[in-house]
Design a protein around this ligand. Structure first.
Ligand code: FMN
Length: 252
């Protein structure tokens, strides 16, 4: 079983996304998988030109010369894809969307009826294979509902490609995962992520118990306390740049 994780955060190894992906892949390796991580922020991947030459002139290959060709070759050989992206405007990062656009050569041009969903159309896979995918995403706000459009997208994406959708590891209020000073505090969380990785390889799913643990708040107090602390952080950080500011409607 080979797992390819894609980190769509421009913050690369410093990102919260990476701080979830690293223990996840560690757990997967402990369960016998081989893993690799593609840091999109380190690669030069130009936007898709929309020319469709990858379908009609150079089948399976993009006409642009950049780092995507090598990644795509490995991407289509992976048994499991882990899409790791920070939540940007309730969606995936631009780096991740750009990457997904550039996987177009892996489809064939034909419009066919989807065998698993009669009456629905899709493109055949140029490299058919049993594949599964997982979504990993941290975000800044403290509520899970911010992820709704992202989850809907990836569920639909997996369905259209005929991949097994293994679920999500979503982390609201996830910024602090990338802060050095909190690493000790979050050992319990990383242990659960590691366990999730092992379960995905051994059982093909994350158990409800582990998933419930992964959804626990990183900090006590609820959204209001979180908002106050975040606002305090932003005013302190602005002050370092000589700016003063406070949230709208706040006296003082
Ligand atoms: C351009 C941009 C858009 C963002 N949009 C959202 C958003 O819609 N909802 C949210 O909760 N956080 C949003 N955030 C915050 C990030 O999701 C959050 O900082 C995340 O932890 C970053 O992960 P990373 O360290 O892996 O890049 C946004 C950040 C940026 C830079």
């Amino acid at each position: 079983m080979h797992v390819m994780a894609i980190n769509g955060s421009p913050r690369k190894e410093k990102s919260s996304t990476y701080h979830i992906l690293a223990p996840l892949l560690e757990g997967m390796r402990a369960a016998g998988a081989t893993t690799e991580i593609v840091q999109l922020g380190h690669l030069q991947i130009k936007p898709c030109l929309g020319c469709f030459l990858c379908w009609v002139k150079t089948p399976g290959k993009c006409v642009q010369q950049d780092d995507m060709a090598a990644v795509l070759e490995r991407f289509v050989q992976a048994d499991m894809l882990v899409f790791g992206t920070p939540l940007y405007h309730y969606n995936m990062s631009g780096l991740m969307k750009n990457f997904i656009d550039r996987t177009l050569p892996s489809c064939e041009p034909w419009l066919v009826e989807d065998p698993k969903h009669p009456g629905k159309s899709g493109h055949p896979d140029r490299y058919p294979r049993d594949r599964a995918m997982l979504l990993v995403s941290p975000c800044g706000f403290p509520e899970f509902d911010h992820f709704a459009p992202l989850v809907q997208y990836f569920q639909f994406f997996a369905q259209k490609l005929g991949w097994r959708y293994l679920g999500e590891i979503l982390r609201p209020a996830g910024d602090s995962l990338s802060e050095e000073k909190f690493q000790e505090t979050f050992v319990w969380y990383y242990n659960l992520v590691r366990q999730a990785g092992e379960q995905l390889i051994r059982q093909g799913r994350i158990t409800p118990e582990v998933q419930a643990g992964l959804r626990k708040d990183l900090f006590p107090g609820g959204p209001e306390v979180f908002r106050n602390e975040a606002n305090h952080y932003w005013s302190e950080t602005m002050a370092k740049f000589g700016l003063t500011g406070k949230p709208p409607g706040q006296a003082g």
